[in-house]
Structure formats: C-alpha cells, structure tokens
Design a protein. Structure first.
Length: 140
C-alpha cells in the first residue's frame, strides 16, 4: 500500500503504526554493460552458491540481522531463530515470493571459520522478472 494515502490517518486512528518502505528497482537490460565494475571479495571471504544444508546458519543470520530493527517489529518471523527458519523455509520451499532460484542465491563465508556473514536469496516471479527475497549482512 502506498504511503501518503487517505488511509494513513484512518489506520493511525485505530492504533496502527506506519513504517515507510524503500524499494529498489533495477532494469537489468538497461544496466548490464561489459564495462560494469566487478566487486572484489575481501581477503578471508568466499562466495558460494546456495545449498539447502545452509538453512540453519542462514536462519541464524536472518535473526541476528533483524534484531533491534523495525522489520523485527513488523514481522514476527524475524524475532526468533525458529521464526527465521520458518520464514526461510517459506522462501525456499514455497512459491509465495515466486519460484526460488538457487542459481541466483549466494552466501558469503569466512574462509577460516566457515561462518556465514551475508546472504542474498532470489526468486523468479515472472518470465524475465527476479525478486531479491532476502539480503542480510551480519551486524557489525
């Protein structure tokens, strides 16, 4: 629902709290060029493709990333490790956010400890249309 609509006052009068959201959209066809810069990984980090065996570690990362964040207030699945696992299973195993795309989903690990420090999960919502369903980075 867009913000700044006539419903804002009505919702607020009934005790709802409104949280502005920011959405990022990038038309890939317009932005893809041969000259696009490629990010270098920091020493000690390794980028890996998604695998379902990573689910417990990624659920923990999601939980930590949303601790003390407004999204934790909005979505109860971010408030606990169990909730984050349920949220993650919904993304990976259910078509609610589109069809999960393993080839466009990644984790970033520390080489020495195997600890996951970041994740990007992607789904396909229509032909030629992707959706980043989750992007989390370890706090700090």
């Amino acid at each position: 629902m867009p913000f700044g609509a006539a419903l804002d006052r009505v919702l607020a009068s009934h005790g709802f709290r409104l949280y502005p959201r920011q959405f990022m959209i990038l038309p890939i066809a317009e932005s893809a060029t041969d000259a696009a810069p490629h990010a270098e990984l920091s020493a000690g980090l390794r980028l890996e493709k998604w695998h379902e065996r990573l689910m417990p570690q990624v659920a923990e990362l999601i939980h930590l990333a949303y601790a003390n964040h407004v999204d934790g207030e909005i979505n109860d699945q971010y408030r606990s490790r169990t909730g984050a696992m349920k949220f993650l299973k919904n993304i990976v195993m259910m078509p609610g956010c589109g069809q999960f795309e393993t080839q466009a989903s990644f984790v970033l690990r520390e080489v020495a400890s195997e600890h996951i420090v970041a994740v990007v999960l992607t789904s396909i919502v229509a032909p030629g249309v992707g959706h980043t369903t989750q992007l989390c980075v370890q706090p700090g």
